[in-house]
Design a protein around this ligand. Structure first.
Ligand code: ATP
Ligand code: MG
Length: 390
């Protein structure tokens, strides 16, 4: 490893000789300067690890040199050890004021000099290490920003450029079905294509919604409504999917539910996401239950969707609300028809209503519950700050 470099500054050559003699015997690499100007020049050009600086020099004195080094971005982290024959307190104070890190009095004691040098070099090394890690972090941060920008760009492309061809494909499939009549053998294939088209359409819609919410461009369209109506509609929507899988769907209402101010489209999609997840993660003969109740004290609607599926390990319970997060508990887990946006969307939608959403679970294969609560009345949401008015 390269030995640390020390710049020794004194207008008296004999003093320079004395100090460099002590320091070179310890293996340090040395630079010499005989006046203030030379010292500043050498420090800027050669960036030593420490400066040993005489105070009283003609023209540019030690205080000025020190101030100049501490004002420059490139040299401000180089420790300065002032060496002065003057013992007056006022000079020590002035040395500290000009940014010196420590000082020594002449005649210099060898041991004291070596102790101060070692300790300042140690501090310099910590500061170098910190600067290095900071610039590595900055580099990583920049890379992350670039990746994020690329992802945003891709998202933009997906949202805007995929939609129109998809609409054309769907329209043509619809026309083909009409032309084929009722008994054509190709009907199941076309219907399958239609099914995947509507999946792609939903996926693009989710991307678009999350993107708009992130940009603060999605506004709540609030109306007062009976939340139980949404529960009934959700059950209706998923009855076939549940029946095909042999999963029982239950609804339960605890106590009366007052009308709640909600964005119908957003909250029904939250319910649909939770229901879809619950059914997909529940094996045959399992159950999914949606419970609604109203907390009088908090004036909040509480919705709980519980399933009897594979459960959700505790370490994933927060992560799954992040974009594109899907948990593969088994190697065979597939995510065809899903991309990890449902819960991200649900969290954003619930939070826009001033509510919160979270997951609970009992353990492996013991099922899990997703619970969200929203206030009966939504305070004005400020999309720009992501906060709620009083
Ligand atoms: N009821 C549940 N039981 C077990 N794991 C679940 C349940 N609901 C969600 N998860 C886990 O959380 C992940 C994220 O869910 P999310 O709804 O955001 O995405 P997805 O269902 O995979 O895709 P998408 O909703 O976009 O179609 C799921 O991939 C799954 O690993
Ligand atoms: Mg989902």
């Amino acid at each position: 490893m390269k030995p640390p470099t020390i710049l020794v500054v004194d207008d008296q050559p004999v003093n320079v000789k004395l100090l460099t003699g002590i320091l070179s015997a310890e293996g340090y690499s040395l630079i010499e300067a005989y006046n203030g100007k030379e010292a500043i020049e050498a420090a800027k050009q050669q960036r030593p690890d420490l400066v040993l600086l005489d105070v009283m020099m003609p023209d540019v004195d030690g205080f000025q040199v020190c101030r100049s080094l501490k004002e420059d971005e490139k040299t401000r982290f180089i420790p300065v050890l002032m060496v002065t024959a003057l013992q007056e307190k006022e000079h020590r104070f002035q040395a500290m004021e000009s940014g010196a890190d420590d000082f020594l009095t002449k005649p210099v004691d060898r041991i004291e000099l070596l102790i101060r040098v070692k300790s300042l070099l140690r501090i310099k090394k910590y500061s170098d290490d910190l600067i290095k890690s900071y610039s590595k972090l900055q580099e990583k941060n920049q890379q992350l920003k670039e990746i994020e920008e690329a992802r945003e760009g891709l998202m933009h492309m997906i949202i805007h450029d995929l939609r129109s061809p998809l609409t054309i494909i769907s329209g043509n499939l619809e026309l083909s079905l009409i032309k084929l009549g009722t008994d054509a053998g190709a009907r199941p294939y076309i219907e399958k294509c239609q099914h995947y088209c509507s999946y792609l359409d939903e996926l693009i819609q989710s991307l678009l919604d999350v993107y708009r919410m992130e940009q603060g461009n999605l506004k709540l369209n609030l109306e007062e409504m009976d939340p139980w109506q949404l529960a009934l509609e959700t059950k209706d929507k998923f009855s076939i999917q549940a029946a095909v899988k042999g999963v029982e769907l239950y609804l339960e209402k605890i106590g009366p539910l007052p009308p709640i101010e909600m964005d119908r489209m957003l909250i029904s999609r939250v319910l649909a996401n939770l229901m879809d997840n619950a059914i997909r993660h529940t094996p045959e003969k399992g159950f999914v239950k949606l419970v609604m109740d109203f907390h009088q004290e908090a004036q909040e609607l509480r919705v709980k969707v519980t399933d009897s599926g594979e459960g959700l390990p505790e370490e994933y319970r927060d992560k799954i609300f992040d974009k594109f997060q899907q948990i593969k508990l088994k190697k065979t887990d597939k995510s065809i028809g899903s991309c990890g946006l449902g819960l991200t969307f649900s969290k954003m939608a619930v939070e826009m209503h001033g509510g919160k959403i979270w997951a609970e679970g009992q353990g492996k294969d013991q099922g899990c519950s997703f619970i969200f609560q929203i206030p009966a009345r939504v305070k004005e949401y400020q999309a720009s700050t992501g906060s709620f008015g009083a």
